[in-house]
Structures are given as structure tokens and as C-alpha cells.
Ligand binder design. Structure first.
Ligand SMILES: CC(C)(COP(=O)(O)OP(=O)(O)OC[C@H]1O[C@@H](n2cnc3c(N)ncnc32)[C@H](O)[C@@H]1OP(=O)(O)O)[C@@H](O)C(=O)NCCC(=O)NCCS
Length: 138
């Protein structure tokens, strides 16, 4: 089951294994409107609730809080767990009052194949990122 990480010191330990955005500190990941989850300490997902779809990390860190859930890093230490944590998060978001579930993703084959194979759609190709959207079943 998806578990919310609530302590900055724990977040700091886990984020050492983040291959995507290791430079974002634990305190920033747990700031108001921001969440970090783990699944059995084998997969990790960081999200933020914003008022728009960000196309840069700068926007990700500076936009106002809103009802769009943005996943900006997901990583897995055990095969299959990355997909599981993402799909668990999607289920949880569908049960709450959010408008959209999108990503701010690196422009890598891995991220593209991962999100497309999980059912997301590519909604924007930006100079330094891609946005995928998981359409909510409400
Ligand atoms: C992407 C990631 C989260 C997937 O985790 P996972 O679901 O546990 O891993 P799996 O090996 O079962 O891969 C799931 C899917 O991701 C994609 N994928 C995984 N590794 C890949 C690679 N090296 N190249 C291309 N696609 C890859 C594939 O679509 C794969 O599905 P398939 O096995 O049916 O082809 C994991 O590989 C990871 O932690 N990568 C590093 C961080 C990262 O790039 N995250 C994504 C962007 S934020």
C-alpha cells in the first residue's frame, strides 16, 4: 500500500536513490502541497498539487498550489514496482477531488515508454521535458 513519507530526514535517506532529480531536497519535496510516497521502500513517487501543467523544473517549484496533481519523479528499486506505485497513485487520485494527473518527465526513452505503457498520453513536448497525462476515470 502507498505510504506517505512525513519526515524530512526519512525523505533525505530515500532521495539518495532518486536517479531523476536528486538535487531536490527532502524539505522541498515535503513542503505544503507536495508529497513523497513509497511502496515497500522499493518504489518512490514525488508529486505536487499545482494550478497549471509545468514545463520546467523552475515552474514545478514556483507555481501556485492548485488541483492538478503533477508527478515529477518516480523510481523503482525492484522490477515492476515503479508501475505499481504509479497505478496505485492514479487510483488514489481518482478517489479525490483533483482535476488532472500529469507528469513533468525527462525526455528519455525510458520515461516515455514507461508512461505510455501505463496508459498515459503525451500531451506536450517541451525543450527540456515532456508532459504525460493519466486521464482520470471519475
Ligand atoms: C522507469 C522505472 C520507474 C520503471 O520501473 P518499473 O515499473 O519497476 O520497471 P520495469 O522494469 O517493470 O519497467 C516498466 C516499463 O518501463 C519501461 N522501461 C523500463 N526500463 C526501461 C529502459 N531501460 N528503456 C526503455 N524503457 C524502459 C518499459 O516500458 C517497461 O515495460 P516493459 O518491461 O513491459 O517493456 C524504473 O526503470 C526506474 O526507476 N528508472 C529510473 C528513473 C526514471 O527514469 N523514471 C522515469 C521518469 S520520472
Amino acid at each position: 500500500m502507498l505510504e506517505l513519507i512525513q519526515s524530512v530526514s526519512r525523505a533525505e535517506i530515500y532521495l539518495k536513490t532518486d536517479p531523476v532529480r536528486p538535487h531536490i531536497s527532502g524539505a522541498m519535496r515535503l513542503a505544503p502541497g507536495r508529497q513523497m510516497y513509497h511502496l515497500n521502500e522499493e518504489a518512490f513517487l514525488c508529486t505536487v498539487h499545482l494550478d497549471r501543467v509545468p514545463d520546467t523544473e523552475e515552474q514545478l517549484l514556483s507555481c501556485d498550489i492548485g488541483s492538478i496533481v503533477v508527478a515529477y519523479t518516480v523510481w523503482s528499486l525492484k522490477k515492476g514496482m515503479g508501475r505499481t506505485i504509479l497505478l496505485e497513485a492514479l487510483k488514489m487520485i481518482e478517489e479525490h477531488q483533483f482535476d488532472r494527473f500529469v507528469t513533468l518527465s525527462p525526455k528519455t526513452d525510458m520515461a516515455t515508454k514507461f508512461h505510455l505503457s501505463n496508459g498515459a498520453e503525451l500531451i506536450a513536448e517541451n525543450p527540456h521535458s515532456n508532459n504525460f497525462e493519466y486521464f482520470l476515470n471519475k
